[in-house]
Structure formats: C-alpha cells, structure tokens
Design a protein. Structure first.
Length: 329
C-alpha cells in the first residue's frame, strides 16, 4: 500500500543471461564498425536497426511488449546489458557532454531505439542534437534543475513543453555514484489517477496550464500556449507536465496541479541503477526524476547514457530537416 492506501505494482524487470549479454555485445560491436564509428551518422542508425534482429529473442519480445503496453508503472528495467566497467573512461565533467563515437553501450541504445521502440530522436537546441547524451554531474551546477545537477530532480515528462516530446526515455548506466545514493524515480499517471478527485481530473483536462522549456535547452525561451495536463482517454490519459516548469493559469488549475504532484509522488518508485542497467520510461504516461547525491568530480561519478525514442517519427517531419533524426526546433 502507498501513502494514499492504494496497492501498487512495481516496474517490470528483465535480466539477461550471460550468454544473452554476449550476443548483445557482438551485435553492438558490428554497429560500431558502421560509418567509421560516427555515432550520429544515419548509416549507424541503419546498422543498429539491422543488428536489432540479431539480439536475443527474449529481449526483443520484452521491448516490443513494453512498447505496445507499458503497464501501470510505465517503466521497465533491463539488467545485464554489456557495460565493461574496466573499459569505462573517467566520467565527463563538461556541461553539455555527449557521445559522438560509437561504443558498445551507445550502440546498444541505438539498437533498442531503432529496432524495438521505433526510431531515435534528438533536439538541436539540447545537447547539440546528439542522439546519445551524457547524464553526469557538472561542477558548479549542483543545484541545477536538470540532468547536470545533483540535487533532487523533480518529477517531469521529458520535454513536456514540446509539441513533439519523445515517447520513450532510455537511461543506460555506465557507472553508479560513489555512495549509491542516486535513485531514478518514476511516477505514473496510471497509478496516480485513482487517487485524484473527479473535480481535479476535470481541471487537468482543461487548457489552463503552460510549460517552459527546461534549462537543458540553453537559451530557448517562451512558454507553451494554454493546454491541458491530461489528454486522451479519461480512463487512461496521456500526461504532459513538468512540476518545476508547468504553471497553472487559474486557481482551480493550481489546486489540481498540487493534488496531481502529491498523487504521483505517493505512487512513485525508486531504483538505483548499476552498470549495465537500462531503464526505459514511457514518456507519455510516466514522469521521472532523481534523488539527490553528492558528486566528487574525481572521474568516478555517476554516468548515464540517455537516448530518446519515438514510436512514430513521421509526425515530426516538419521539424526534421532532411528527414533526419534531429528536430531543429
């Protein structure tokens, strides 16, 4: 039972066997040889899509099933993906750090995005449009409300402000933090919805909320026109909110937003990722955040790789020059 008296299921998990991990590694190594190792080259994504078919059937089926139905939690944890801790270089400390050369972990993300979930996607104003991005603590940004910080990161739908937000957020752990304190938090509207009053539900469906771009978009400014936080099927709605960036425009909307945040927090789950763990979050229904931790900036800090995936790349065609994978705005 959670704080609101609701019985909640836990996020699903899947653990690869040693033999399955070896198969994934071999497929990823083949992707590393494509396009001269240039990670953002379309030929690398094409190679990743083809190599997906070589991955273990159990893994492919689990990812495809999650894409079709992400469950009450809207999140799933895959353990045992190929990450060789002895070969992981020092954790980057530069702001906006990204991956440009194909590695086995980066190729694993691309295979899963391009073969299992749909297509990878990135945003030109964020992390210079890289398909695989570093999530690392940056010196001087400890209190930053974003992936470069180490303070508590509030619940949010990734790029909630954007008309074409990603459908899935993928986080692959290369290195845990020194103290094992950093936890990935997820909170699903599917599990929070039963705790909301009918009045609050109705308020969240009204276009009385506006959201600012996250700090990771750099100089991007402006807020969205008024729109609802919940949309679609009233019994299984889509969610679009960032509790640090979404503003309620009426008194009733403000009350509803407070109630929603409390319900999502009460329905949340926390997992501490270890090397080789891949968390996939259904960004249409589930928020994510992070507990606070203390970085040391000694090369051994927490390091995740992040990739976004979309189930239908076509819908963002007007935002993608040359029909590539990077949205220009």
């Amino acid at each position: 039972m959670n704080a609101l008296g609701l019985k909640l299921s836990l996020p699903a998990s899947f653990t690869l066997s040693d033999d399955e991990t070896a198969v994934v590694r071999r497929a990823a190594e083949s992707v590393c040889r494509a396009a001269g190792g240039r990670l953002d080259d379309p030929d690398t994504t094409a190679a990743a899509r083809g190599a997906w078919e070589e991955l273990p059937g159990r893994f492919r089926a689990a990812v495809r099933d999650f894409r079709r139905d992400s469950g009450d939690c809207g999140a799933m944890l895959f353990r045992g993906l190929p990450v060789d801790e002895a070969l992981v270089p020092p954790t980057p400390k530069a702001d906006g750090s990204v991956r440009r050369e194909t590695t086995v972990p980066a190729a694993t993300l691309l295979m899963t995005a391009a073969g299992g979930l749909g297509d990878p996607a990135a945003y030109a104003p964020e992390k210079s449009g890289a398909l695989v991005q570093d999530v690392v603590p940056v010196p001087g940004k400890e209190d930053f409300e974003g992936n470069a910080g180490s303070t508590l990161l509030s619940f949010h739908i990734e790029n909630a402000f954007h008309v074409h937000r990603p459908d899935f957020v993928m986080l692959l752990c290369l290195r845990a933090d020194h103290d094992g304190a950093a936890g990935l938090r997820t909170g699903s509207v599917r599990q929070a919805l039963p705790a909301l009053s009918e009045r609050t539900r109705q308020a969240l469906f009204r276009p009385e909320f506006s959201t600012q771009p996250p700090p990771s978009f750099g100089s991007a400014d402006g807020t969205t026109p008024p729109r609802p936080v919940l949309s679609g099927d009233p019994e299984d709605p889509d969610l679009r909110v960032d509790f640090s960036a979404t503003t309620a425009l009426t008194r009733e909307a403000r009350q509803a937003l407070v109630e929603l945040e409390a319900a999502i927090d009460a329905a949340s789950h926390t997992v501490r990722l270890t090397p080789g763990d891949l968390a996939i979050v259904d960004n249409r229904v589930t928020t994510h955040g992070r507990t606070a931790f203390r970085p040391r900036y000694d090369g051994g800090d927490r390091w995740l790789l992040r990739t976004f995936a979309v189930a239908d790349l076509r819908r963002s065609r007007s935002h993608r020059p040359g029909d590539g994978y990077v949205l220009s705005h």
